[in-house]
Design a protein around this ligand. Structure first.
Ligand code: NAD
Ligand code: IPM
Ligand code: MN
Length: 326
């Protein structure tokens, strides 16, 4: 049996709900392929702040670095929104990405025929959308210096951040984008102005990548469907849904766990090269949608409204009922 260690970082809000589902799906799909996982769970974000006083405890980063892959839920919440910057949950996430050096964030957005009615766009426009945003994740305005407050020549108060990239940072993200595109339809669009969207692989900086992938979620129907993989040239990858902690629905068993489940599939594919197990998860998600199950964010007339846990159970059922892929 192949054995991998996975650090789970549930985080805040709906994070623990969706990670719990994804962990079960990962275990089951893995077991069908002779893979076993050693899971450990560590605090990050607001949960870590409450527990230890910092949003990314040293032990969490160390555990993440030592494992084969990291699966994260989401961080953040009203409770910590007015914290000083270095004590915000979001800062913990940025420290984790920087600490792991995961500079390439792959954010696929696919409009599934099953969810065409959940898209905010007309069917004719949304149909067949299948794109990949390649977002630079450890540079740009998120990390650029100088940043802060000061005064200008006229003595007026100003605020400033710096968007800066080195040639090597651009070189390596572009390489990832071209390699990804080669396995897709061979088209790369470099986005420096967010005015064009209908492309195969989009390579872009940290902040446009964030905005574009949120927008792409509106094509697909819900942000609750979109996974991501953050990778480096070596070392463990970080896999997380693109959505946040959804404080408005947290703790109510309403969250869509599929973005995190699909992130677990990306973990298998990009983290471990376990293509068959990844496909098992993706097929099970489609099968579950085919069987009509929908969480509130993707619910439409004629489908069955379920909560986060039940959706998880149905995906597990779908994994189990899959014919054995040779
Ligand atoms: P959000 O993604 O948490 O929520 C936006 C909307 O989408 C909400 O109405 C929410 O209910 C809904 N939604 C999101 N995920 C869903 C899911 N899986 N199923 C069903 N509905 C879902 O974004 P926000 O409200 O702007 O931010 C809330 C908090 O999350 C903030 O503290 C923010 O900083 C944080 N955040 C964290 C991450 C991350 O951890 N990677 C990403 C984005 C935002
Ligand atoms: C995301 C989030 C984060 C980002 C925040 C929470 C720092 O929006 O993962 O998309 O901007 O990268
Ligand atoms: Mn975002």
């Amino acid at each position: 049996r192949r054995s991998y260690s996975v650090t789970l970082l549930p985080g805040d809000g709906i994070g623990p709900e969706v990670v719990s589902v994804a962990k079960d799906v990962l275990s089951l799909a893995g077991s069908h392929e002779g893979i076993e996982f050693r899971f450990s769970e560590m605090p990050i974000g607001g949960a870590a702040l409450d527990l230890t006083g910092v949003p990314l405890p040293e032990e969490t980063l160390a555990a993440a670095k030592e494992s084969d892959a990291v699966l994260l839920g989401a961080i953040g919440g009203y409770k910590w929104d007015s914290n000083e910057k270095h004590l915000k949950p979001e800062t913990g996430l940025l420290q984790l990405r920087a600490g792991l050096g995961v500079f390439a964030n792959l954010r696929p957005a696919t409009v599934l025929p099953q969810l065409i009615d959940a898209s905010t766009l007309k069917k004719e426009v949304a149909e067949g959308v299948d794109l990949m945003v390649v977002r630079e994740l450890t540079g740009g305005i998120y990390f650029g210096k100088p940043r802060g407050f000061g005064t200008n020549h006229e003595g007026e108060e100003i605020g400033f951040n710096t968007e800066v990239y080195s040639v090597s940072e651009i070189d390596r993200i572009a390489r990832v984008a071209f390699e990804v595109a080669r396995k897709r339809r061979g088209k790369v669009c470099s986005v420096d102005k967010a005015n064009v969207l209908e492309f195969d692989t989009i390579v872009t900086n940290n902040i446009f990548g964030d905005i574009l992938s949120d927008e792409a979620s509106m094509l697909t129907g819900s942000i609750g469907m979109l996974p991501s993989a953050s990778i480096s040239e070596s070392g463990p990858g970080l896999f997380e849904p693109i959505h946040g902690s959804a404080p408005d629905i947290a703790g109510q068993d309403k969250a869509n766990p599929l973005a995190t489940v699909l992130s677990a599939a990306m973990l298998l594919r990009y983290g471990f090269g376990e293509e068959n197990a990844a496909k098992r998860i993706e097929t099970a998600v489609i099968e579950t949608l085919n069987r009509g199950f929908r969480t509130g964010d993707i619910h439409s007339y004629g489908t069955t409204l379920v909560g986060c846990k039940r959706m998880g159970e149905e995906v597990l059922r779908s994994v189990d009922s899959e014919k054995l892929v040779s």
